[in-house]
Write a protein of this length. Structure first.
Length: 330
């Protein structure tokens, strides 16, 4: 019998030595592609499923080599200069297989975010990192949404789990249940993101400007919450490992007392009792420039300590252990 063929998948980064995404020291694998597209995402280069050009105009010498190299005609420049400022047509780039723009760029102004990789190639890197983890470390799949590439996530988790590597995943919940099912036996920890308890089908808000050049942006995230809550309840019930909820705290969107109480009630209903509140930060701002996306939440204030303490005490009143930011026991 021949060996089972393992999936290949797309990732956009591997980071060693993380101390905040599971127990011990960990290697983080960032999966490409997410179906939720939250407006505050600190990894916008992880949203599209295909590799994409990342363009840093401050490094660009405007020599136009990439314009000539792109046989798809995806690069244009604004009027007024030799090449002016370059614009990449993201829809065309999503279908590209050559990425010749990055190959010819000598200044490093354009590079490709994301690449395809096999399980064995990825495992070789993980195995190399393993010696640096010390006791209790492992891998954490994040992204993007790992379970938007279910076969790849499954094969990687199983490969590592079978090699006695501790496995953790961070998921936004916005995938079909079948995408999780096969992988659950190979996961030790799950971080499950809850964005809001707002019961509307779409997470709409009125405050955001329309972006005529960007995707049809419906609000703070792209999706309804019914599937997310259903997956959260089912994982809490059927997954025997450690499950921690995560709440990205976005002022004006989900930080009001009503939403915090609803979130706490929901967590209690699942039988789990841990939440990690992640206050909004702006560390991903530069990446929005690189990807050409609009950073809608760029002016949003970062939550203050008093507000965070208040939220922590609200969760505590429900018997839930609340960890703020990186102040976690893991
Ligand atoms: S990624 Fe491909 S289609 Fe897009 S600009 Fe580069 S060469 Fe052209
Ligand atoms: S090849 Fe590089 S330096 Fe030249 S115009 Fe394109 S992005 Fe700018």
């Amino acid at each position: 019998m021949g060996q089972t063929k393992l999936a290949r998948g797309h990732i956009f980064d591997i980071q060693g030595f993380s101390l905040h995404d599971g127990p011990g020291c960990r290697s983080l694998i960032f999966f490409k592609g997410c179906t939720l597209e939250c407006a505050w995402c600190s990894n916008p280069e992880g949203i599209s499923f295909a590799p994409e050009p990342l363009y840093l105009d401050s490094k660009c010498t405007l020599d136009g080599l990439c314009v000539d190299a792109c046989s798809h005609g995806a690069i244009t420049c604004s009027p007024g200069g030799a090449y002016g400022r370059l614009t990449f047509d993201r829809e065309i780039c999503a279908r590209c297989s050559t990425y010749s723009c990055a190959k010819v760029c000598c200044s490093g102004a354009v590079r490709i975010g994301g690449y395809e990789i096999s399980i064995e190639e990825l495992y070789a890197t993980i195995n190399r990192d393993r010696q640096f983890w010390g006791a209790g470390g492992g891998i954490t799949l994040t992204g993007g949404e790992p379970f938007a590439q279910p076969e790849f996530a499954h094969d990687l988790l199983k490969r590592c789990f079978d090699a006695y590597i501790h496995t953790a995943v961070e998921t936004c919940g916005n995938v079909r249940w079948e995408n999780y099912e096969k992988s659950l036996p190979y996961i030790d920890w799950i971080f499950f993101d809850l964005k809001t308890m707002n019961g509307s089908e779409k997470l709409q808000t009125d405050g955001l400007p329309a972006d005529p050049t960007g995707p049809p942006f419906p609000g703070f995230t792209r999706s309804s919450i019914s599937q997310i809550l259903s997956n959260a309840s089912r994982i809490a019930n059927e997954f025997p490992g450690h499950m921690v909820f995560r709440l990205p705290l976005i002022p004006g969107f989900n930080d009001d007392a009503g939403n915090i109480h609803e979130t706490a009630r929901f967590i209690r209903s699942t039988g789990r009792n841990e939440v990690n509140v992640l206050p909004l930060h702006h560390l991903g701002r530069e990446k929005y420039r690189l990807t050409g996306k609009t950073y809608y939440t760029g002016d949003f204030k970062i939550p203050g300590k008093d507000h965070l303490d208040e939220i922590a005490s609200q969760f505590t009143s429900y018997g839930i252990h609340c960890y703020i930011g990186s102040e976690t026991p893991f």
